[in-house]
Design a protein. Sequence first.
Length: 141
Amino acid sequence: MTKLYTPEILGLAVELAQYPRLDQPDASAEVRSRTCGGSLTLDVELHELGHIEAIGLSVTACAIGQASAAIFARQARGRGPEDMLAALGEIETWLDRGEPLPRWPGIATLAPAQAFPARHGAILLPWKAGVEALCKAPLPR
């Protein structure tokens, strides 16, 4: 049987303290997983090209959801709407089929959770929030 909560996954949860909510974000999104009830609020500050400059997070989810948010946070800076949509699609495909592994750096840490469909919603939370926040953000000037 696959061990779900590896030391690496549990260790990622503490990283979320590095990403407190932003005082004046350019956009925010709140998403909830229908499968597990976890939720995530993402704040983004954008640079003039409409890509993420800074993020803030509030995560109420299992260790898998927290680890997913930390993996997202590490690599979100510099990403735009197209990047976020592509990453979300790759991760959804990976969760549904098991292959290929998404190109998002660090996502392989979540591989043990791929075998647990009830955790898939938690894994997707940050990317769904990223897509929503970037779509709601004001257009670059």
